[in-house]
Write a protein that binds this ligand. Structure first.
Ligand code: AMP
Length: 299
């Protein structure tokens, strides 16, 4: 079993109604790999600049995340700035600077090529396509994206969408991608473009999984203290795919369990700024929250 995650490793500036933090470590690949590391040993592909903190690289290695596919290049790390209003489900992107990502061409190290699961986290869809061409018969391919790529690279995005098994998106992205306001109709249109399952994240309203023979919904794990919603989606994907990698197969029942672990990881990630919450998190805490969540959703 192995899970390869291709995504951004970033420095983020984040503003919430309560606080502002400058250049904290974030990125789709970072959040996803950290969340997945509670279930499996993820392998990361990405690029950072020389300004990326050495201490974070050490922390990722301590969590047994394989960084063979991570390049460190002269220059600055990918930078993203976002602002949240009172509603944590809504955010405004203020700046995106690709920096070292600008001319990055991802390479799958030989030891990654035969991975069981490939996750194309939110990065340029052309790079997502490059990775797929290098992978050898993965059992499962999943992808995520963001408004930025839907707007700037719609054709490339459509091409990758036709080659994946699972598409993760949020409700706004599903609607934007298909022009449908109804989530079920939007999801069906996405399924028509290739994926076997679409996983629509609805922020604090939970998640919906739709496939040809599966329709499953879960509420989000209710959380009173949302400090920084950044990375909730990527942490969800990390918990979800980490669960599927640990199981070694994909059944409808496992997809539902994966969604529950995904929700648990998302609820944990947003309890602190950036990746801070992962620094003190233990597997016992993850499992404890999973059990609470199980009680909450069963009747
Ligand atoms: P999420 O809140 O789960 O959607 O993920 C937020 C993370 O995605 C942040 O840490 C950002 O650094 C990263 N991010 C934002 N925009 C992009 C982009 N255009 N490409 C890649 N990563 C991005």
């Amino acid at each position: 079993m192995s899970l390869v995650i291709v995504g951004s490793l970033a420095l983020d500036t984040i503003e919430t109604p309560a606080a502002r933090r400058e250049r904290v470590v974030g990125g789709s690949g970072t959040y996803c790999a950290l969340a997945a590391s509670f279930f499996t040993r993820p392998k990361v592909v990405g690029v950072v600049g020389t300004d990326f903190p050495e201490e974070t690289l050490r922390f990722l290695r301590r969590r047994r995340i394989d960084l063979e596919g991570l390049e460190i290049r002269p220059g600055r790390t990918f930078f993203w700035e976002g602002r949240y209003g009172q509603d944590p489900n809504l955010r405004t992107t203020l700046q995106t600077k690709l920096n070292v990502f600008q001319d990055f061409r991802p390479q799958l190290p030989d030891s990654y090529r035969r991975a069981d699961i490939i996750f194309l986290a939110n990065i340029d869809p052309d790079l997502q396509g490059d990775i797929l061409r290098q992978a050898v018969k993965p059992r499962l391919v999943a992808m995520d994206t963001i408004q930025y790529w839907i707007e700037t690279k719609p054709q490339s995005l459509r091409r990758v969408l036709g080659q994946v098994d699972i598409f993760f998106c949020n409700d706004q992205e599903a609607k934007m991608l298909t022009g449908e306001v109804n989530l079920v109709r939007a999801s069906k249109k996405i399924l028509d473009r290739g994926p076997r399952w679409v996983v629509v994240k609805k922020g604090e309203h939970g998640v919906l999984i739709l496939g040809r023979h599966l329709a499953f919904g879960l509420p989000a794990k209710p959380t009173e203290h949302v400090v920084d919603p950044t990375g909730a989606g990527d942490s969800f994907a990390g918990g979800f795919l980490g669960t599927l990698d640990r199981a070694g197969r994909t059944t409808p029942r496992l997809l539902c369990q994966a969604a529950a672990y995904g929700s648990v990881m998302a609820s944990l990630a947003i309890e602190d700024f950036g990746i801070e919450r992962f620094k003190t998190l233990t597997t016992a805490q993850v499992n404890g929250r999973f059990r609470l969540f199980q009680k909450l959703v069963s009747f």
